[in-house]
Design a protein around this ligand. Structure first.
Ligand code: ADP
Length: 445
């Protein structure tokens, strides 16, 4: 029996779960807490822990897994996968490696065990480990933790009695270099975006579908879009979305900053543009993201200048020159839609437009869930309350709120911190909790 892959809800990502609707669970003879191997049509595989699906999935034959598991299984949203019960043993011991620039004094074994408990891991795998602070962890982000070895071998489950050892060698030097996420591909997944489900669906239909199934478009005799224009206020997730799409389809990602190309590369703007397009075509499938398109391509009558005119002409010709099979797609963002040169909004260029608006309460809650996912949040912190009381906040504001909450927690324990040291104390890490007061303070900010 095949199931269809869908994303997890933001709050449930990062825990190695496969949420399968109950009807399908019964048909597959699975129980809550079983482990399963998920395989797509390629040779990728992911092992996950079964969890009853969301009520709305009932009877729809859906398995929800997060971006990391989708990547391991080599599948995308809406792909069919087979699910088989996995034979996994409890881990006696697991050696994990941290990234080089994260140095911890003392034993963080218990903390790692606590966070990864119940997850299935395999040697060589990279699993996200959330830390709400540290040199490389900002809110919502996690530290990539590498599984250096396991005992016994094979896929094992981390339990309360697993002995966690820290590897002497940093994660970067353990096993094959580069690993899952290839160079040039961002690692944002759909679960890192809150409140934009409909918009994501549209973007996926315009970009993911043609890139993954060009034959469908050929068959129908329609051309996939070359350019998609995302418009809306700053900080609402336009860049995030472009990165997530690139990551989900394993596409190479190139960024062009509108203002930068006009100023930093003054005199070489056209050349720069051309190089970026070349780079993308060489690395196709690829997505070129142009941020603040308005600063390059303001309406010509307003921009006036010769330089602007030439740069717009160059961009037009580069887009017209893109081959028509959808292997390179340009996503541009602007918060000044009306200022964009109409020549760019015509057929064959940025002819699809998606509005990315300010999130509503439900959206704000999802965004807060994304950015507190890795935090040791005290139970009393009611995200619903903060979603209600942040009318007008965009994603970037909510991220700051969450980060400020975490910073307040950090300030509380600051007397115990040796800020001179490059290392963080494991004990301090373990005692860290973000409380209701930390959040309240942050909102007053
Ligand atoms: P834009 O490109 O629309 O100006 P970005 O995508 O660069 O905004 O957002 C800036 C940051 O704010 C992101 O890196 C992310 O941390 C946060 N953010 C913005 N929108 C969202 C969202 N919808 N969900 C989760 N985080 C968001």
């Amino acid at each position: 029996m095949k199931l269809t892959v869908k994303p997890l809800k933001q709050k449930d990502a990062g825990r190695g779960l496969a949420a399968i609707d109950r009807v399908s669970m019964r048909e597959l003879d699975l129980e809550n807490g079983d482990y399963v191997v998920i395989s797509g049509s390629g040779d990728g595989q992911a092992v996950a822990r079964v969890w009853p699906g969301y009520p709305e999935d009932e009877g729809r034959g859906i398995v929800r897994i997060d971006g990391r598991l989708r990547q391991e299984a080599g599948v995308g949203i809406d792909d069919s996968v087979t699910i088989e019960k996995a034979d996994v043993k409890p881990a006696k011991s697991v050696t994990v490696a941290l990234p080089q620039n994260l140095r911890i004094r003392g034993d963080i074994g218990p903390l790692v065990r606590d966070k990864l408990s119940g997850q299935a891991v395999t040697e060589g795998q990279t699993v996200p480990f959330s830390l709400s602070f540290g040199p490389m962890a900002s809110s919502g982000q996690s530290v990539p933790l590498k599984i250096a070895s396991t005992s016994p071998d094979g896929t094992v489950v981390i339990t309360d009695s697993t002995n966690i050892e820290m590897s002497e060698t940093p994660a970067e030097q353990v096993g094959a270099a580069g690993d899952a996420s290839a160079e040039g591909v961002p690692n944002v997944t759909y679960e890192d975006i809150g409140g934009l489900d409909d918009e994501l669906d549209q973007v996926r239909e315009m970009i993911e579908l043609p890139m993954r199934h060009p034959e469908l478009f050929q068959q129908l005799g329609i051309e996939p879009p070359k350019g998609v224009l995302l418009h809306g206020p700053p900080g609402t997730g336009k860049t995030l979305m472009a990165k997530a799409v690139a990551n989900e389809i394993d596409a190479h990602f190139e960024t062009i900053s509108g203002p930068e190309i006009m100023s930093k590369y003054y005199g070489e703007s056209e050349e720069q543009l051309r190089e970026v397009f070349e780079e993308a075509e060489e690395n196709a499938p690829a997505i070129i993201f142009i941020d603040e398109l308005d600063s390059i391509a303001a309406k010509r009558e307003e921009a006036g200048g010769d330089v602007e005119r030439r740069v717009v002409a160059q961009l037009l010709s580069l887009m017209d020159g893109l081959e028509e099979r959808g292997r390179v797609t340009v996503i541009a963002a602007t918060n000044r839609l009306d200022d964009i040169d109409p020549a760019l909004r015509r057929g064959g260029r940025f002819d699809r437009e998606i509005e990315i608006g300010v999130p509503d309460k439900e959206g704000r809650k999802e965004i807060l869930q994304v950015h507190t996912r890795g935090m040791p949040l005290e139970e009393s912190v009611d995200l619903e309350h903060y979603a209600t009381n942040t009318h007008g906040f965009v994603g970037a504001d909510l991220e700051s709120l969450a980060r400020e909450g975490a910073m307040n927690a950090l300030r509380r324990i600051r007397p115990d911190l040796d800020l001179e040291s490059q290392e963080i104390d494991a004990d301090v890490l373990e005692s860290l909790q973000v409380t209701e007061d930390d959040f309240k303070e942050a909102l007053k900010g």
